[in-house]
Design a protein around this ligand. Structure first.
Ligand SMILES: Nc1ncnc2c1ncn2[C@@H]1O[C@H](COP(=O)(O)OP(=O)(O)OP(=O)(O)O)[C@@H](O)[C@H]1O
Ligand SMILES: [Mg+2]
Length: 462
């Protein structure tokens, strides 16, 4: 009988078995067996993974470590996609031979972004290849036509509609592109594994083998990956360790704005974020996001401008709150674009230290435009928006007509805590005519902050 070519290895205890089991026979964990190619050494290796100790003695030569100062580093120029926001998030363009994982929920614009990047690279004379396992060549062409206004090289990109991994690797070796997009890693299929495309084993194998070719030939690879309902890149984060850079494209599909963030970057900062808008001609970089959000801000009760940081850039966004009586027990606490736990914390501090209790009312808090703000500096904006909504009075500072801007972290004892880049946040607010900025510098406690902006009806002591 032919020896099976794959084994199923438990990701918890390392037990290997020829057949798949729902429960690992080794450690009784559920759903931990992942298919892998069987080791070629075959006989006797069996369960004893990593127990290849016997080999070391026989004719294996030791490597020669090099002092770091003696390691030669030719400066490989980065490949610029000419999409400013993407290049910035990448840390200055694509690094030849690197693997970038681009994750995002369905329909967010992953294919559009990668098509545009390849189009620009093709226009700059780079050899590119777009491998799609999801769409036919005709569908890709239709999208490229849509992008033609934004990307002159969109139609010059060679495409390969293929899901078979071996064919793709052979094509890479034959065509030797400088940049390749694999859209998506979950649709690719290694024929020697029996698992379905998208299974952990398949995804890992696909990425690992593409990486070998990429490193050997210096190809920059953009792997497109889908994000599961739980928000992790499918293939339970198996790829995040393997790749050099993990980019997350997020935003809500029905909203206009999408942000691109680096979750991991071996060649640059993970503090960068880019803002895009989906238009009929493709994704457009939003360079003046602050201006728009400020212009659109209502200044009504429940509205406040948050001077947030998107990576190393300040960004002004409008935070809105609605407090409405509820029959529900417990009442609703709905938050969009912010951390739900921070809302719970802010409501508790508002009730305890400022006498503004949401009690049994429903509380909704929303960052306008589908932007996500994940930093403690948003606390004060949540607090001011909720306080203003609960009181039904607009926030005003010094009788100013313009919306009030704020930032700051809320401590559990009601104090406001300093957050990073205070000067840049204040400068951004000033740039857009918001002269009154409530911050830990101007108001040491939440009570002081509320007094400054709800002066007409200052909150009473708790
Ligand atoms: N003519 C158009 N005008 C404006 N937006 C459009 C137009 N055509 C498509 N879109 C937008 O492009 C989005 C799809 O983009 P794209 O195919 O790049 O997403 P994706 O992330 O690759 O999706 P998938 O997960 O299905 O591969 C749609 O959600 C839609 O909002
Ligand atoms: Mg797509």
């Amino acid at each position: 009988m032919a020896r099976p070519t794959t084994v199923h290895v438990c990701s918890e205890c390392g037990h290997s078995s020829v057949r798949w089991h729902g429960q690992c026979p080794g450690c009784d964990a559920w759903n931990t067996l992942v298919e892998e190619r069987a080791p070629v050494t075959g006989a006797g290796r069996g369960r004893d993974r990593g127990g290849a100790g016997g080999v070391a003695g026989k004719g294996v030569r030791a490597g020669t470590p090099t002092r770091l100062a003696d390691v030669s580093t030719e400066r490989v120029p980065r490949l610029l996609t000419a999409i400013g926001e993407l290049d910035r998030v990448l840390g200055g363009g694509l690094v030849p031979g690197s693997l970038v994982l681009l994750g995002g929920s369905p329909g967010i614009g992953k294919s559009t972004l990668t098509n545009m990047a390849l189009g620009n690279l093709a226009a700059a004379g780079r050899r590119t290849l777009y491998v799609s396992g999801e769409e036919s060549a005709a569908q890709i062409r239709l999208r490229a036509q849509r992008l033609i206004g934004a990307t002159s090289g969109a139609l010059d990109v060679p495409v390969l509609a293929e899901t078979d991994l071996d064919t793709i690797l052979a094509t890479l070796r034959a065509e030797r592109p400088e940049v390749v997009v694999i859209d998506s890693v979950q649709t690719m299929h290694a024929a020697d594994l029996t698992g379905a495309p998208g299974s952990v084993g398949q995804v890992r194998e696909t990425a690992a083998r593409i990486m070998q070719v990429a490193k050997a030939d210096g190809i920059a690879v953009l792997l497109v990956g889908h994000v599961t309902k739980e928000g992790s890149l499918a293939g339970p984060r198996v790829l995040e360790h393997l790749v050099d850079c993990v980019l997350q494209f997020e935003g809500e599909r029905e909203r206009t704005y999408r942000t691109l963030r680096a979750l991991k970057n071996r060649f640059g900062s993970t503090n960068e974020a880019g803002v895009f808008e989906m238009r009929s001609g493709g994704l457009v970089e939003v360079l003046d996001a602050s201006a728009r959000f400020v212009a659109e801000a209502t200044g009504k009760p429940g509205s406040v401008i948050l001077a947030a940081m998107e990576g190393s850039r300040p960004l002004l966004v409008e935070v809105q709150a609605l407090v409405s009586p509820s029959e529900l027990v417990p009442p609703r606490r709905v938050v969009n674009g912010l951390d739900r736990n921070r809302l719970a914390l802010v409501l508790a501090v508002l009730g305890r230290h400022a006498g503004i209790g949401a009690g049994s009312a429903d509380v909704f808090v929303n960052v306008v435009g589908g932007v996500r703000v994940e930093e403690p500096g948003a606390d004060l904006a949540i607090a001011l928006a909720v306080a203003s909504a609960a009181r039904g009075v607009p926030l005003q500072a010094g009788g100013a007509r313009r919306p009030v801007a704020c930032f700051g972290e809320l401590g559990l004892t009601g104090e406001l805590r300093t957050v990073g880049h205070a000067d840049r946040r204040a400068a951004e607010a000033a740039k857009f005519g918001l002269r009154h900025v409530i911050s830990p510098e101007s108001a040491p406690t939440l009570r002081d902050a509320l007094r400054a902006v709800l002066s007409a009806r200052a909150p009473q002591a708790a």
